[in-house]
Design a protein around this ligand. Structure first.
Ligand SMILES: C[S@@+](CC[C@H](N)C(=O)[O-])C[C@H]1O[C@@H](n2cnc3c(N)ncnc32)[C@H](O)[C@@H]1O
Length: 352
């Protein structure tokens, strides 16, 4: 069994660590996987693989570190990476189809890690991880346990496998993590999160890493509305997104990505029109909107030995805070049962 907060361990994670994975148990789950939409998310596994590969690099080179990610990868998948020729071919193929995307995903992991650590220092009291997949922040970021309740939200099939693996790693489920099963395709977050113990009066950070592109536009709207209407002042959201050229497959790389996602049974459903993310979030009741471009994160993380890394300008991150004025209006109108309408112009209209 392992202790929580393994991120502070300095040991490298080798692909040879595949031998530590419980092959039989994993294969049993694997045999139940239907790669077309039913079953645990293939995309979540793919993102965890990026964390495995990055974590295996020397300490001075890796830009993120997740000692648990390896436990979420199918053994036979890891096995193929032990052959350097196959691994190189797979990497080259990936780079041909999705140039720079792998490095952008790894920078995303680092950025979101850093963001959660800063938010902790600034006093967040609840962390809600939507589309958590095999995110291991709750188990490896020091200071969360005992201080911050973490809600992990995902579709049932992915979450069931996650829970099984977490029990295997730590022997039991940590008591600061609450698991909430929501399928955004068919249900909304709100009541389920509240029924699971989410406290509206606490300062919260919501993160959606690699999620919004996979859920319907209405689910994105409903989720952002829930955050605005049910968080205390100072609460915020952090997520990454694709431009519509990717989700609609109208640029060459976008076409490749769209086809890949469809092939895995997890098609894109939502993109943000280029250059409009700030308006998009302002119209939904957020302010202090900070868009983080590929140039920003390359400059932050890809220095020295990593200077030559290419990233993809198709993956950007954005952080936004619940707008104070809007929040006050909402609080005062809630009791009078007025509805606030966000107009295209960015203005607000109150309807009885
Ligand atoms: C690309 S993975 C990212 C996982 C994790 N956030 C990470 O970065 O490692 C997308 C995640 O969103 C979840 N997801 C996709 N569609 C969903 C839906 N309709 N409802 C709930 N979760 C969904 C998947 O199950 C998966 O865990």
């Amino acid at each position: 069994m392992q202790e929580l907060n393994g991120s502070e361990s300095k040991g490298n994670i080798g692909i040879d660590d595949v031998n530590k994975v419980d092959l039989k148990a994993h294969l049993k789950v694997e045999s139940e996987i239907n790669p077309k939409r039913k079953g645990p998310s293939i995309m979540a596994e793919g993102i965890a693989l990026h964390r495995v590969v990055e974590s295996a690099k020397p300490e001075g080179e890796r830009i993120c570190y997740d000692p648990y990610a390896i436990r979420f990868i199918r053994p036979e998948f890891l096995e193929s990476f032990k052959d350097p020729v196959k691994a190189k071919a797979a990497h080259e193929q990936y780079e041909r189809l999705f140039p720079g995307f792998g490095n952008s995903v790894r920078a995303r992991v680092r950025f979101f890690d850093d963001f959660v650590k800063t938010a902790l220092d600034e006093g967040i009291e609840q962390l809600v991880i939507l589309g958590a997949g095999y995110d291991t922040r709750a188990y490896r970021i020091e200071g969360l346990k005992g201080k911050v309740k973490v809600f992990e939200v995902d579709r049932p099939e992915t979450q069931e496998l996650k829970i099984k693996k977490i029990k295997e790693i730590f022997g039991s489920l940590p008591d600061h993590v609450v698991y909430v099963q929501v399928d955004f395709d068919i249900e909304t977050l709100g009541q389920k999160l509240i029924d699971s113990g989410y406290d509206r009066s606490l300062k919260s950070l919501f993160i959606m890493e690699g999620l919004v592109m996979y859920i319907p536009p209405k689910a994105v709207d409903d989720t952002l509305a829930f955050i605005v209407e049910n968080s205390c002042l100072g609460s915020s959201v952090l997520f990454d997104y694709f431009p519509e050229s990717v989700t609609e497959g109208t640029c060459e790389v976008g076409r490749n990505m769209k086809a890949f996602a469809e092939d895995k049974g997890e098609p894109f459903q939502f993109g943000i029109k280029e250059g409009t993310v700030k308006t998009f979030l302002a119209q939904r009741g957020f302010s202090q909107i900070q868009n983080v471009t590929s140039e920003d994160y390359k400059q932050a993380y890809d220095q020295g030995v990593n200077e030559g890394r290419t990233v993809s300008n198709l993956l950007n991150f954005v952080h936004a805070t619940v707008d104070e004025l809007n929040w006050h209006i909402l609080q005062s109108t809630r009791s009078k049962r007025a509805t606030i309408c966000f107009l295209e112009s960015g203005r607000i209209r109150l309807e009885p």
